[in-house]
Design a protein around this ligand. Structure first.
Ligand code: HEC
Ligand code: HEC
Length: 235
């Protein structure tokens, strides 16, 4: 319901001509990138900081290459969310790159960490998977690729803090079931496929309950040796 309301607001308040600067009205707002990305604000926050909605992700500060890969994935149908697919359809690569660079540069504060709705045991399991992984099941630590501070790595691995638990578990589920796919070899498909339902609940709850990092900058490119090859982050 919330999502539908947000879509309706966006569709009413920001007709496409305004959003993408092709309108002819003399009264339209100045054609700046800030004005254009207002179309994103209802769902992602003014600076991409995210909103209270459980399913709308933070964009701010994620590496530009990662954001760009997601924008092309929505445009080209490798990720499914109809309002996003529709908003980005037909936009040229260069424009998506400008939008990605804009959100990657934003540094709004992180939201307060959420109070976990799971047992302390499950929370410990989440922490263990994120920091150490699980050798017995061949699950690499999330931190091995997302960085010890979980702020991601340039150019294309995202940070995992400041996201809602529901968003994280939905993404891991989408990789398992093939409704979200990344550039091959799709390492997140491999990782998500090794996780059970409880593991997903555990990592999502622990990540969402962790405070934002003091320094949100992603780790420098190639500073981490990935345990599995990722097509989006060639080494
Ligand atoms: C109606 C709400 C809505 C609007 C408007 C919207 N988005 Fe989104 N966006 C979402 C949702 C929901 C997702 C997560 C979808 C999924 O993968 O399940 C998402 C995902 C994304 C992602 C991927 C984030 C990540 O961490 O993987 C990017 C990048 C993004 N949106 C950029 C934009 C930009 C740029 C605009 C404006 C041109 C925009 N969005 C407008 C709802 C919206
Ligand atoms: C081998 C490296 C690697 C490991 C290990 C890994 N990830 Fe990822 N992860 C990636 C890459 C690369 C992406 C970007 C994929 C894309 O471009 O869509 C990503 C993206 C994500 C996203 C999407 C974030 C968003 O904003 O939509 C989530 C959630 C995620 N990983 C969670 C995890 C969790 C939880 C673990 C540990 C259980 C983990 N990852 C382990 C490489 C890894």
């Amino acid at each position: 319901m919330l999502r539908r309301t947000a879509v309706a607001i966006v569709l009413c308040v920001f007709p496409w001509g305004f959003v993408f600067g092709q309108g002819t009205s003399a009264e339209r707002a100045p054609d700046t990138l800030q004005a254009r990305v207002l179309a994103c604000a209802a769902c992602h926050g003014k600076e991409g900081e995210g909103t209270d909605n459980d399913y709308f992700p933070r964009l701010a500060g994620k590496p530009a290459g990662y954001l760009y890969n997601q924008l092309t994935a929505f445009r080209d149908g490798r990720r499914q969310y109809p309002p996003m697919n529709y908003l980005l359809a037909y936009l040229p690569d260069a424009y998506l790159k400008t939008i990605a660079d804009y959100f990657a540069r934003q540094r709004p504060p992180y939201p307060p960490a959420s109070t976990p709705a799971v047992s302390p045991q499950l929370l410990r399991r989440g922490q263990q998977l994120v920091k150490e992984g699980d050798r017995t099941r061949n699950i690499p630590a999330c931190a091995a690729c997302h960085g010890a501070a979980l702020t991601g790595m340039d150019p294309a691995i995202p940070g995992l803090l400041g996201l809602h638990a529901q968003y994280i578990s939905a993404q891991l589920g989408a990789w398992r079931y093939g409704t979200r796919s990344s550039i091959a070899p799709d390492c997140m498909h491999d990782v998500a496929s090794r996780l059970g339902n409880d593991d997903i609940t555990a990592v999502a709850a622990w990540l969402a309950a962790s405070p934002g990092p003091a320094n949100p900058a992603p780790a420098p490119a190639r500073s981490l040796k990935l345990p599995i090859a990722c097509g989006s982050e060639p080494q």
